[in-house]
Design a protein around this ligand. Structure first.
Ligand SMILES: Nc1ncnc2c1ncn2[C@@H]1O[C@H](COP(=O)(O)OP(=O)(O)OP(=O)(O)O)[C@@H](O)[C@H]1O
Length: 806
């Protein structure tokens, strides 16, 4: 390709690429349509054309051959159709903005320098060989993200290729028109990044494909480690990198990895909608998305009513006046700890010898098989057999016993009585069964007659095939079977194990706990913790901190459920998960690699896990050799001024590097009364909207404070406020009133902290919550109080903020 350098040349080249794309689209259009028609047509005619002839072996083979042949044709057409359709879609997606970057690369030892244009997918010229545009995920495209002009190298499946990059250029092309171009030197154009970051927040996250930074690229392309841990400051692009990584993996392993083999664990359901457009924008299907709570609900409800993490944090933040507050806090911490994990493992060892609890299996107020009998059976097996295996043996035995008891039950008097109350449908079912059996009867009859003729015995009477008797027998069988069904189902689901009792047993008393678990260290307020846990269990409820341990214990006893389909799991806001939860995910997805992204600076839940550094237990999950750790310190979301203001709020915050995007300093406004505060916020909201900010959040500490703010601001004249609760399904533009813990992971043009007083943010566990709230702001941060400022602000250099006039 000839050297293209000037603006005019670039414009001309763009026109050429667009023409190529247009003609590519036009060429494929009829073909795509036709192939689609053909495939549906063959499918329709598939069975019409094939006559299955099974009269002779040859006929059968012929039919079989024809079917396989037809099927092969159909599959080929479908594959070809999918391929062409994909090409066609890619070209259509490229047309408005065919590429965003270019590198001129001279490979060592090769003559022509290559001009590599990079876009969201590849586009090959009509010769079928030359790339007009390279997909950003191709090996050569990594040069664009990893190097400034100069010496550069990239890895390919065939080895490392080195050379010299003489130019690195970025483009902004909108609706097919070249708007800007920048030549970059060091990192990927700060100018382009400036432009991108300077824009307003959206209700949906955007792809960062054109401006991925080198440190993010390393995360996106790591394909060796079993575990990837990314600790990154607020706004450093963790979620963005995670989504780009999904797109990269789907591209690199497109032959064997599909989107439904990737699962993203999100902090809340609203977050799912926030990130849902990134992958489709990149031409990929969305991965599966879920929350850990959803998983817990699947296995523990409706047996229990589960507290969710948001109710738990609300209690931690507001329950100080509660009598059991101190012990609950200790419980939350202890039940998420490795000590408790070990305790449960120890407990399951102890249960191998003694202490298992079983429920009686009852039927019509009678005990069919007692819990004691089950227990005796369990401990009668060889003690060297693992506990879950012994439990499975017990389950098998119970099902056999049940089958025997079911037969015995058929003669019971209640069955006769029930028979009188059967409805027509049930009778019809039995008649149907009898009818089907009739063939067998007829055959048996013929056989017996023949026998009789041969041995000259007596003729059989009609009564030998007494349908009435058979009918009654069948009806009885059906009635008992029906009533035994829940018992059978229960046994299959292990309900004969008294799981709730087993968990409760752990909380009997201190001495017993030590004996059963082998753990010596206990929280100081253990007796209170025991009482609280048992009380909750009695009401068929589980605290959030109990759900995972409960499920973990269940699996230690019943055996582990696994999902071997899933190949990658992503955990966003990873600091909010306990080691329990990680152990759990590892067991649940034994064939998956894990990518954990989080920020310990935003660890607002008590059960937090430190992701990086020596104290991180997460590194031990797969071992150091299998784990890659990354740190992202550059913060892209907020302006320089906001980052500088939020840095001192955190211990160790000085390591955070702001991106040089300027804005106004955070503004602190102190008012005399709550009424005046509401009035002022309403006025400021109107000003911000008039300035063009479309996504604004009034952030509160708790849900209760959100309701209060919502009422006061609405009463004060604020229009179209949206109150966000944990049940809000989607994220939208406009003005939101939202508790900080629900604003995790998302961002707004402007953030207004509703109450920044000492009363609201004072305790150490509120520091990170406050930091999380402030770091949601992209362009504007305003803070309000009626009383004294929170001590966290008093620690900040006054030069970093402005005080507003009243
Ligand atoms: N390389 C990049 N190019 C353009 N924008 C970027 C880049 N990296 C991050 N951003 C932008 O920075 C903002 C924050 O990114 P993201 O939400 O991924 O960060 P995060 O680390 O997950 O933040 P948090 O921990 O606060 O949830 C987003 O608006 C994102 O688009």
């Amino acid at each position: 390709m000839e050297k293209i350098s000037s603006w005019e040349q670039e414009q001309e080249w763009l026109e050429q690429v667009k023409e190529k794309l247009k003609s590519g689209i036009a060429n494929l259009e009829p073909e795509v349509g036709r192939l689609k028609e053909q495939a549906t047509d063959i499918r329709k005619r598939f069975w019409e054309e094939v006559t299955v002839n099974t009269s002779t072996q040859e006929d059968f083979e012929e039919s079989f051959f024809t079917i396989t042949q037809q099927d092969a044709v159909l599959s080929e057409r479908e594959r070809s159709h999918a391929r062409k359709l994909q090409q066609w879609k890619n070209m259509k997606r490229l047309l408005p903005s065919p590429y965003f970057g270019r590198i001129d690369f001279h490979e060592d030892g090769q003559i022509p320098e290559e001009l590599v244009y990079i876009g969201v997918s590849s586009f090959v010229d009509t010769d079928g060989l030359s790339f007009v545009v390279y997909d950003w995920r191709t090996p050569i495209a990594s040069l664009y993200y990893d190097y400034p002009p100069g010496k550069a190298a990239f890895d390919t499946p065939g080895g490392r290729i080195s050379g010299t990059m003489s130019l690195k250029r970025q483009y902004q092309i909108r609706n097919g028109q070249l708007q800007h171009l920048f030549d970059a030197n060091v990192t990927i154009g700060d100018e382009l990044l400036q432009q991108v970051l300077g824009k307003g927040a959206d209700a949906q996250m955007k792809s960062i494909v054109a401006t991925i930074q080198a440190e993010q690229n390393a995360i996106i392309r790591n394909d060796n480690s079993q575990m990837l841990i990314v600790q990154g400051a607020a706004g450093s692009g963790k979620t963005s990198a995670a989504l780009q990584r999904v797109a990269y993996l789907l591209y690199k392993h497109r032959e064997r990895l599909s989107a439904d083999q990737i699962v993203l664990f999100s902090p809340n359901p609203m977050f799912n909608s926030y990130v849902s457009t990134v992958l489709p924008e990149l031409g990929e299907e969305n991965m599966q998305q879920t929350t850990f709570q959803e998983y817990l609900e699947t296995w523990l409800s409706p047996e229990f009513r589960l507290e969710d993490p948001f109710d738990q944090i609300e209690y931690v933040l507001t329950g100080e006046q509660d009598r059991g507050y101190g012990s609950r806090l200790q419980a939350v911490e202890y039940k998420a700890s490795e000590a408790f994990l070990r305790a449960l493992q120890g407990y399951s060892q102890w249960l191998k010898q003694e202490g298992m609890l079983f429920n009686d299996i009852c039927f019509r107020d009678r005990v069919l098989i007692s819990g004691e009998q089950i227990k005796t059976r369990l401990y009668s097996y060889d003690p060297s057999i693992r506990l879950p295996n012994r439990v499975t043996l017990v389950q098998k035995w119970l099902l056999e016993e049940l089958a025997r008891l079911q037969k015995e039950e058929q003669g019971a008097s209640w069955v006769q009585e029930e028979m009188n109350y059967l409805d027509n449908e049930q009778y019809a079912k039995v008649y149907g069964m009898l009818h089907r059996e009739k063939g067998v009867f007829d055959f048996a009859e013929k056989y017996l007659r023949l026998q009789e003729m041969l041995v000259h015995k007596r003729e059989l009477d009609e009564s030998d095939f007494d349908y009435a008797e058979r009918e009654e027998e069948l009806l009885g069988e059906m009635i008992v079977k029906e009533q035994f069904r829940p018992l059978r189902r229960g046994i299959k689901r292990f309900t004969f194990i008294d799981m709730s009792g087993l968990y409760r047993q752990l909380f009997t008393d201190e001495r017993a706990y030590r004996e059963m678990t082998g753990e010596a260290e206990l929280p100081e307020l253990w007796p209170e913790i025991c009482a609280q846990t048992k009380e909750k269990l009695s009401g068929q409820e589980l605290f959030y901190e109990d759900s995972t341990p409960y499920l973990y214990l269940k699996e230690l006893i019943e055996g582990v459920r696994t999902n071997t389909q899933v190949r990658h799991i992503f955990v966003d806001e990873g600091q909010d998960y306990s080691m329990f939860q990680y152990e759990f995910l590892k067991k649940l997805f034994p064939r998956a690699r894990m990518t954990v992204l989080g920020d310990f600076g935003q660890a607002i839940f008590t059960q937090a896990t430190n992701l990086s550094g020596e104290s991180s237990p997460l590194v031990q999950l797969y071992g150091e050799a299998e784990t890659a750790q990354y740190q992202l310190v550059r913060s892209y979301r907020s302006t320089y001024e906001i980052v500088e203001f939020t840095k001192p709020l955190l211990p160790g915050g000085e390591a955070i590097v702001p991106f040089e995007r300027r804005g106004r300093k955070p503004v602190l406004t102190k008012l005399e009364s709550h009424e005046m505060k509401a009035e002022r916020i309403v006025k400021d909201l109107a000003t911000l909207q008039a300035e063009g900010y479309t996504s604004i959040a009034v952030i509160t500490k708790t849900a209760a404070e959100s309701i209060e703010a919502y009422k006061k601001l609405t009463a004060g004249g604020a229009a179209e406020l949206r109150l966000i609760t944990k049940n809000t399904p989607t994220f939208e533009k406009g003005v939101q009133v939202i508790p900080a813990y629900l604003a995790k992971g998302v961002e707004f043009d402007a953030v207004l902290i509703y109450d920044t007083s000492t009363q609201t943010y004072q305790r150490e566990n509120e520091r990170k919550l406050f930091y999380t709230a402030c770091t949601r702001a992209m362009h504007v941060l305003q803070l309000y109080t009626t009383g004294e400022w929170t001590p966290f602000i008093r620690e900040v250099d006054p030069a970093l903020y402005e005080l507003a006039e009243r």
